[in-house]
Design a protein around this ligand. Structure first.
Ligand code: GDP
Length: 366
């Protein structure tokens, strides 16, 4: 018996066969729910009104590698530019486990409490491999993710570090146009990504941990040199003394560096993101830096320098992409590489042949 409940002994109970459910309840519903594509002007209008849904969709276009999306994205960015540039941009780096997400959550809540609007973006080169970004993930910033004045966006995943960084820089522009007056750009302190973040922020914050007693070990000199502030996290419980000691070691090490171009001496502070101790002092330091560099002009000079840097980065990327995607180059590159490997031609001759081939191909197409 298919349904034992229909047995004689269960009187008053009857189970019917029922019918198989349809694949879609209302076939027309999906069509209606499909998003209408906004025009670039509608995007800009929505962004300027601070509409987060429209901002998110525009960022998705910025991140897309499809040609038609790129075209719309560029138009939106251009139209947003006059309304951008108004935020304070802060880069935040630290090795995994340093407490970046915990700290960004409390830093962010502190700022929102002061009436600011905060965008949290990320550059995560590892996400290219793992196909999923760890940084900037909403689930890592519990309090912030519930705030309407916070916009959290994980790292774009596609492309090279340069490409990912460019997309983040463009996203900053959209966020600023949408009224976010503070932008965090988060990255993991393990490689080249700090340089990319440094090239788009006003203040660079390095989160460190006290631990082994040999605090400076493993920190690349370059990263320390970039930092405008070093903050030692987890200064709580038994760790307070160790954190103070680490801070003293960092201060000593920083003395050995030449004075930075900004004229600012990087500060070293201790705090506890988890227990919300020492947060105000960190923001006072950043405020002080911003006022100091605005007064001596460095703030604006650095932004100009960054704009120049991104123009050349963009040219270099376009040149590289055009070269490597050129059909004549694609056809001959492997063969030329083999010739170089077989010592039939030198690297320079190989390079020159490829360049000549490329230049000939594009001049013929003109
Ligand atoms: P991230 O990988 O840099 O983003 O680090 P997380 O914010 O995820 O923190 C890593 C771990 O350190 C988590 O288990 C946190 O709870 C812990 N943690 C973060 N900040 C503090 C702090 O101020 N004090 C202590 N004791 N633990 C912390």
């Amino acid at each position: 018996m298919e349904h034992p409940e229909n047995d004689e002994k269960y009187k008053g109970l009857k189970v019917n066969h029922g019918i198989e459910s349809l694949p879609t309840v209302n076939p027309y519903l999906k069509k209606r729910l499909q998003r209408r594509q906004y025009t670039p002007s509608e995007f800009v209008e929505g962004i300027l009104k601070g509409n987060i849904t429209i901002l998110s969709q525009a960022v998705t276009l910025v991140e897309s590698s499809r040609y038609e999306h790129e075209q719309i994205a560029q138009e939106i960015i251009e139209k947003c530019l006059p309304y951008a540039e108004k935020s304070v941009r802060i880069g935040i780096t630290g090795v995994p486990g340093a407490g970046k997400s915990t700290s960004i959550d409390v830093f962010g809540m502190h700022l929102i409490g002061q009436g600011h609007k905060l965008a949290v973006l990320a550059i995560d080169p590892s996400s290219e491999r793992s196909k999923g970004s760890i940084l900037g993930d909403k689930t890592r910033m519990e309090a912030l993710s519930r705030e309407k004045n916070a916009f959290i966006r994980p790292s774009p995943t596609a492309g090279s570090l340069g490409g990912v960084a460019r997309k983040t820089r463009e996203t900053i522009i959209l966020c600023e146009a949408a009224g976010f007056d503070t932008v965090f750009v988060e990255t993991v302190g393990v490689g080249q990504s700090e340089t990319a973040v440094h090239s788009m922020v006003d203040f660079f914050l390095l989160i460190q941990l006290a631990g082994t007693g040999d605090e400076l070990q493993g920190i690349k000199r370059g990263i320390m040199e970039m930092a405008d502030g070093i903050v030692i996290n987890k200064a709580d419980g038994d760790n307070v003394e160790k954190a103070k000691l680490a801070a003293a070691q960092f201060r000593n090490a920083l003395h050995l560096f030449p004075l930075s171009e900004s004229g600012w001496t990087p500060k070293v502070l201790t705090y506890s993101g988890y227990y919300n101790v020492g947060i105000k002092e960190i923001w006072d330091m950043i405020d002080e830096y911003i006022t100091f560099t605005r007064n001596n002009g460095y703030f604006y000079a650095k932004r100009n320098e960054q704009a120049k840097y991104w123009m050349y980065e963009s040219i270099n990327n376009t040149l590289r992409e055009t070269f490597y995607n050129n059909p004549a180059v694609v056809e001959m590159l492997g063969f030329t590489e083999k010739q170089v490997l077989n010592n039939e031609i030198s690297s320079f001759v190989g390079a020159k042949r490829m360049m000549d081939l490329f230049l000939k191909d594009i001049s013929e197409k003109r």
